[in-house]
Design a protein around this ligand. Structure first.
Ligand code: ZN
Length: 462
């Protein structure tokens, strides 16, 4: 078998790994490169292999940095099948459609700007809604955790719960060729244990080689319980001052986790029962519905509540704003509301309108619960900017700003080491999906076998 690396190598985005057996070529993930200045330019680069020759894509989960180049793969000739869990298929549809919409908007904006300067229209989007629709046609078997799927005689894949987001999996590929057996485990992204919505990661007991993520391989997370307390306290303080709470929110997982804690906060009297919660994000609303449809991928206690009709995401006083007019109506509320809107890093989306109406008010609060990359509006506010520009207006920052870091969907160093040490028999571990500096720190902690940190397009014989 040959293993080669075509994304998330000495970096955190664009996951894409290829496994070649005697007669099959399999990709594990096909994610988008994110975070650079030119998304289209970076992602338009050749894959490093011919998409037409790929027989099958195994998808670990629906985050954009794991599935976001799939439509491009199809556009460039991939005609094989995609295998993922049922929840991942549903979430990936949502995520890829959203990505195509955003690229379309960006391409139009760019071409308007260029034309104003008398230049040509600029590059087209990476892919369109039509390419995304063609990708859906490639969706094949839905994998169930723990049940091997035969890709071809002598080659099978088994999905194990990765506990990272709904439907996420680590995937064990086993081959049996001419009497020689091989097994390799692809971690996908590994979840943080003890979170309320999902089961903890449960990797297989044995694999000869491991391809493993290392995002937070250098750090320990703050206690989750402390973070929840901090969250409730920040909300209670803002309400005492008569203000609103704005939470810039990622639509997938984080929004549902927050809804769950708001629900629990009301149930346990940590939050007033009169609280008004606005989920102002069509994508987060759709993602929440997908959660409700997939109890098989949720924590058993939560699944039980859903089956009994006691929906843990439907906090009393919840308003879902799909339409723009509904979103605009929220701006008339001056106090006692929790407003969750995207984007999480405030780089676009409806949250910018809510910030415009609340950031200058000392009664209000902004709570950041996710990662904020350098250069984003979220990061400027977190770093203490006195004023920011929104819609061409200078807005002073007087609202209370909270950054709560305990909500991570990724395992920390200790959890990564525990996950790795659970798997027996591994002779070689390939670290991916992390910064080089972080990988080196994680590598020092891993006890067994040889550790590799592959470069982009590097290949290994197994
Ligand atoms: Zn992920």
């Amino acid at each position: 078998m040959k293993l080669s690396f075509h994304g998330a190598d000495l970096g955190v985005t664009g996951s894409c790994h290829m496994l070649e057996t005697r007669n099959r070529r399999i990709l594990i993930d096909c994610g988008l490169l994110q975070g650079s200045r030119d998304l289209v330019e970076d992602n338009a680069e050749p894959f490093g292999f011919d998409p037409k020759e790929i027989d099958c894509v195994l998808l670990t989960h629906a985050h954009l940095d794991h599935c976001g180049r799939l439509p491009l793969l199809v556009k460039r000739g991939f005609r094989g099948i995609v295998i993922a869990t049922a929840a991942t298929f549903e979430l990936a549809r949502l995520v890829m459609l959203d990505a195509a919409h955003l690229q379309d908007e960006e391409a139009r904006r760019r071409s308007r700007r260029k034309r104003r300067h008398g230049e040509d229209g600029g590059p087209p989007p990476l892919y369109t809604i039509d390419d995304v629709s063609s990708t859906f046609e490639r969706f094949g078997t839905a994998a169930e955790y723990g049940k091997p799927i035969e890709i071809t005689p002598g080659l099978r894949a088994t999905f194990f719960d990765a506990g990272h987001i709904l439907g996420s999996a680590s995937i064990l590929v086993e081959s049996d060729e001419q009497g020689s057996r091989r097994s390799i485990l692809f971690s996908g992204d590994i979840g943080n244990t003890g979170r309320p919505l999902l089961r903890p990661p449960s990797p297989p007991d044995h694999a000869e080689a491991i391809v493993m993520e290392s995002t937070y391989g250098d750090r320990r997370h703050r206690s989750f319980a402390d973070s929840i307390e901090e969250f409730y306290a920040a909300i209670a303080d803002a309400f005492r001052r008569g203000g609103n709470v704005i939470i810039p929110t990622f639509a997938l997982e984080r929004a549902q986790e927050l809804l769950f804690f708001l629900h629990r906060g009301v149930e346990t009297n940590r939050l007033p029962s009169t609280v008004q919660v606005f989920l102002d994000s069509p994508m987060a609303i759709s993602a929440t519905e997908i959660f409700e449809r997939h109890p098989e991928s949720l924590d058993p206690a939560l699944a039980c509540l859903l089956r009994e009709g006691r929906d843990p995401f439907r906090v009393p006083g919840l308003h879902l704003a799909r339409e723009t007019t509904e979103s605009m109506a929220i701006n008339r509320i001056s106090g006692g509301a929790i407003i969750m809107a995207g984007s999480g890093m405030c780089t676009g989306g409806r949250v910018r309108h809510h910030l415009r109406h609340n950031l200058w008010r000392k009664e209000s609060a902004v709570i950041f619960v996710g990662y904020a990359a350098a250069g984003t509006l979220a990061r400027r506010i977190i770093d203490g900017a006195q004023q920011v520009t929104l819609f061409g207006e200078e807005i002073p920052v007087r609202a209370h700003v909270h950054t709560i870091n305990g909500f991570s969907a990724h395992a920390d160093q200790q959890e990564l080491v525990a996950w790795h040490s659970h798997i027996q028999g591994s002779r070689r571990t390939f670290l991916v999906h992390g910064e080089e500096r972080v990988m080196k720190q994680l590598a020092e902690q891993l006890s067994s076998g040889q550790i590799e940190m592959p470069h982009l397009h590097q290949s290994f014989d197994l």
